[in-house]
Design a protein around this ligand. Structure first.
Ligand code: BJW
Ligand code: ZN
Length: 258
């Protein structure tokens, strides 16, 4: 059963749990990048995508139905991510990982590269990377230059995806869509780290999307302390020992510096 704490009153025992952890695992979702200016997955969309939820666009069916719309959405999101910077939440995790005597495993559902740009080493991008591309038909990797959209404005019109040099199929982003398998090794390595952890901290995820949302259960089964950092209650809050209800860019630096 969880205890919820406001960000300006984090109890000492929560700070101690963090300070004493030797094998912590940090699991992050879209909320960790929100303060950098990357919209979370379940926020309302604007511009070309006004009539669509992100969930409607992140599937094989959506790409097959309207490849230009889905392709342009991903190319615009790449531009947006290129245009923003890591925030104090990303930086606090990277600093925690670099502390002597701490073997911190970081695994994220995010397809952005903001953890890496903050200096962290990421064990697994469970839902892939938005900067990788491959052929939708034959799976061949495809190298592309960055899109030249203005990341802060929706593009004026949808552009069809380029085609694969090997088979002429459409190019797709290297992310995991609904109904697709997660990269097996990335998921298994994260699960092993959670089983071996002495603390699991979950930040910025709604805990709705499976199987990533089941990872904290592996800690619960073992009695490993679980901390959630999120301004809102989530599907996972009930499992937690402690919930710190605030934005990760504010809470994580406080949690780590006491
Ligand atoms: C802050 C903050 C601040 C705000 N600080 N926090 C079991 C039961 C039911 C369904 C399923 C099931 N098992 C599988 C499914 C189906 C499906 C699924 O889970 N559906 C659910 C909707 C119910 N899962 C799948 O399809 C997965 N594949 C699979 O299971 O394969 C096996 C299989 C194959 C074939 C047949 C059958 C089985 C694949 C899931 C792939 C998800 N992909 C996406 C898109 C990636 C590419 C892209 O980015 O476009 O991944 S969906 C989207 O959701 C994205 C995210 O990584 C993921 C999670 O979202 P996240 O990170 O939690 O973000 P939000 O927006 O939901 O939440 C943000 C949170 O931040 C909120 O809580 C805010 O409060 C908080 N926040 N500001 C801290 N400043
Ligand atoms: Zn191809």
């Amino acid at each position: 059963m969880s205890a919820a704490h406001p960000p300006d009153r984090i109890p000492d025992d929560v700070v101690q749990l963090v300070a004493q952890a030797r094998r912590p695992v940090v699991l992050t979702g879209a909320g960790i990048s929100a303060e950098s200016g990357v919209p979370t997955f379940r926020e309302v969309q604007t511009g070309l995508w006004e009539r669509f939820s992100a969930q409607d666009l992140a599937s094989v069916e959506a790409f097959e139905a309207d490849p230009a719309l889905v392709w342009t959405w991903y190319r615009w999101r790449q531009s947006l991510i290129r245009a923003v910077e890591p925030n104090p939440g990303h930086i606090a995790i990277a600093e925690w990982q670099q502390l002597p005597g701490v073997g911190l495993t970081l695994s994220t559902q995010n397809v952005d590269d903001l953890h890496e740009r903050a200096g962290a080493s990421v064990l697994a991008h469970l839902h892939g990377s938005i900067f990788a591309h491959r052929c939708f038909s034959c799976d061949e990797p495809v190298e592309l230059p960055d899109a030249d959209y203005d990341g802060f404005q929706s593009p004026p019109a949808a552009q069809p995806p380029p085609t694969c040099g090997a088979c002429d199929g459409p190019v797709r982003p290297g992310v995991v869509w609904f109904g697709e398998m997660l990269p097996t090794e990335a998921f298994e390595q994260t699960a092993a780290a959670v089983r071996a952890a002495d603390l699991v901290l979950v930040a910025g995820t709604s805990g709705i999307v499976q199987p990533a949302a089941s990872l904290p259960l592996l800690a619960l089964e073992r009695g490993t302390p679980l901390i959630e950092v999120n301004p809102e209650e989530t599907e996972l809050s009930e499992l937690m020992d402690h919930c710190v209800r605030g934005p990760s860019g504010e809470v994580l630096p406080k949690l780590l510096r006491g």
